[in-house]
Design a protein around this ligand. Structure first.
Ligand SMILES: [Zn+2]
Ligand SMILES: [Zn+2]
Length: 342
């Protein structure tokens, strides 16, 4: 079958690989759509330790079960499914709590094991979820990453209450879905911050009341003014940079919450303690999501409450994976999620 593989020295090849075979407890899934995530770019650029190269890339995908291994009773050939981004141990504390993002022994598809940028992938049956008939495969492909991660950040870690003001810094793949979900959660004024005009246009369509160019010297003042009162009660950062984290800490209201979800290698600093302590700012990290949260977003998308119709901004055949990576890297046409269609 055809697959996009990452080789040593950051080499990406679209090539023929052996057909994967479903072992005991596993299913074979014909991939119908796969989402391209910022983490894939980190992998391509060699920013992640990946000892097992070459590996078939991709951790977002949805498709149809085409074979089941011994002992699989809850999936059958022909089932429409979406895939979890990793296979978790199922035994550690976070796994027992259903917090898929915190399992220390998680094997991420496309990194620790062959992933979804291929015609077929093998996964444990427990790594698949039924995809409701009303949802297209490309929405199935992004629910278990870009959408559920956004829900965990805004609903759980940000604990956004109806009527509260919110600022979202970074309106790409995850940030865009934070905006969509904030509206469903009954947010008050929502301020979107990004460095791209195109991203801000999409943010406005997703429900942002005010858009601010994050590069402006007085961006923190603009955000505070737009949110009203003393500034946003909750600020969610999905960039992972020093400047954007410091913007979050500067614009948040007294006793506000700052949720950091953008993964980067920067080392942001706290504001002067007199302001940080004096304002009782809470800073919290947000990683992944729980199984219940994933079920919740699948349900909202299937019911039509959560409208993902503008979430996939471009589609590419597997052969053009390199163009998809380049377009995401340069943010050409302000992508939300790009999809590979095998
Ligand atoms: Zn991802
Ligand atoms: Zn675990």
């Amino acid at each position: 079958m055809k697959a996009v593989r990452l080789h040593p020295e950051n080499r990406v090849e679209v090539e023929e690989v052996d057909e994967p075979v479903a072992g005991p407890g596993e299913v074979l899934v014909d991939i119908k759509a796969a989402g391209v995530c910022g983490t894939d770019l980190h992998a391509v650029h060699g920013r992640l330790p990946l000892p097992g190269l070459p590996v078939v890339m991709g951790h977002e995908g949805a498709g149809v079960v085409s074979a089941v291994g011994d002992g699989v009773t809850d999936r059958t050939v022909g089932d429409r499914v979406l895939l979890l981004p990793s296979e978790t141990c199922g035994e550690c504390g976070p796994c027992l709590d259903g917090h898929l993002g915190l399992c220390a022994s998680a094997q991420i598809f496309g990194m620790a094991r062959d992933g979804t940028f291929a015609q077929r992938v093998v996964a444990s049956a427990s790594c698949t979820l039924p995809l409701p008939d009303t949802l297209p495969f490309e929405h199935g492909a992004i629910l278990a990453d870009a959408v559920a991660t956004a829900y965990h950040a805004v609903a759980t870690r940000g604990a956004l209450q109806p009527g509260e003001s919110l600022a979202v810094i970074g309106c790409g793949g995850v940030g865009y879905h934070v905006l969509l979900l904030a509206r469903i959660l009954g947010a008050g004024t929502v301020v979107a911050i990004d460095a791209s005009e195109g991203a801000l246009e999409k943010a406005r369509a997703a429900g942002a009341n005010v858009c601010v160019d994050g590069r402006a010297d007085d961006a923190h003042r603009q955000v505070r003014r737009a949110a009203g009162g003393e500034g946003p009660a909750c600020v969610i950062e999905f960039v992972g940079g020093e400047a954007t984290v410091s913007l979050a800490l500067r614009c948040v209201a007294r006793s506000g919450r700052v949720v950091l979800g953008g993964v980067g290698i920067d080392r942001p600093r706290l504001p002067p303690l007199v302001s940080f302590i004096g304002k009782e700012i809470s800073i919290t990290g947000s990683m992944g999501y729980t199984r219940t949260e994933l079920d919740r977003v699948v349900e909202m998308a299937a019911a039509g409450t959560l409208d993902l119709s503008r979430s996939i901004t471009e589609r590419y055949p597997l052969e053009d994976a390199a163009s998809a990576f380049a377009d995401l890297d340069s943010r050409r046409n302000s992508p939300i999620r790009l999809a590979l269609i095998p």
